[in-house]
Design a protein around this ligand. Structure first.
Ligand code: SF4
Length: 261
């Protein structure tokens, strides 16, 4: 995958894991699955094995090689907390984030139970890091809002919601402890429609609660035509990015060597 991303709320993607399995209605038209399956059976292609879950250790060091600070979406083509990813491997991924702390990491999961459990245990050293943002996907009330509650109870310092694809009104819900909310409609073939009223009610709750609100897109079959204006403007608020100095090249090389060992 290219390091650069077209996703509006990030700069780059980093995929030390590829592949996943569906878990809730938000997964129905998973773009990662559609993309990956296109290359199943293509010898030598990164997605030769389609959407089957695979660890990609050769990708672990990427953030250490990127010297310019970026917002990095971790595992845009997978879910770091999928049950098939070993605890030890997750810890290695998180250790890279702690070392390459001049970047900002955005981790998004539909499996927050495991994330919250690990943040109490093996990942506790990362829970308080201001450059690692921990998020859950929310598509509806039944599957999405319970994830928000688990995230709120977790030890994460910076917490966010990716409300995409928004499939119904979420009604009034508790935003305490949440720093950022992204909202977007589904895009591509068969995209399910998102109503403006559902978006506005989330934006208004964010405004009242003092939560940064980011409107990603309306989506639809041709998302370039529907754009990302809401009530005549773009909504691009994000949490504050913390700044840390870039590690000297010798230290980065040493860290990369240890990863390969
Ligand atoms: S959890 Fe995410 S990556 Fe996994 S199938 Fe669902 S939408 Fe796709």
């Amino acid at each position: 995958m290219s390091a650069q991303s077209k996703i509006e709320w990030t700069d780059a993607t980093w995929n030390p894991v590829r592949g996943c399995t569906k878990i809730s209605p938000g997964c129905a038209h998973c773009y990662a699955e559609t993309f990956s399956e296109r290359f199943r059976g293509v010898k030598g292609h990164p997605f030769e094995h389609g959407f089957d879950l695979r660890l990609v250790p050769e990708k672990l060091g990427e953030p250490l090689r990127w010297s310019a600070p970026r917002r990095i979406f971790v595992n845009s083509m997978s879910d770091l907390f999928h049950k098939a990813v070993p605890d030890e491997y997750i810890k290695t991924v998180v250790n890279v984030m702690l070392q390459a702390n001049w970047h900002t990491y955005q981790i998004l999961t539909k499996r927050p139970e495991r994330m919250a459990q690990l943040l109490q245990g093996r990942l506790s050293g990362a829970a308080g890091a201001s450059h690692i943002w921990w998020g859950v996907s929310v598509e509806n009330k039944t599957h999405g809002l319970p994830r928000v509650q688990i995230l709120q109870k977790s030890a994460a310092l910076v917490r966010f919601l990716s409300v995409e694809p928004l499939l119904e009104s979420l009604g009034t819900f508790d935003l305490s402890g949440i720093d950022w909310v992204i909202v977007g409609g589904e895009s591509g073939q068969g995209a399910r429609q998102m109503k403006p009223a559902w978006v506005r009610e989330i934006r208004e709750q964010c405004t009242r609660a003092g939560v940064a609100f980011f409107f990603k897109q309306w989506g639809g079959v041709r998302k370039s035509e529907t754009g990302r204006l809401l009530d005549g403007k773009t909504w691009d608020a994000t949490p504050i990015i913390s700044r840390h100095p870039v590690l000297p090249i010798a230290e980065r090389k040493r860290a990369l060597g240890l990863l390969r060992a």
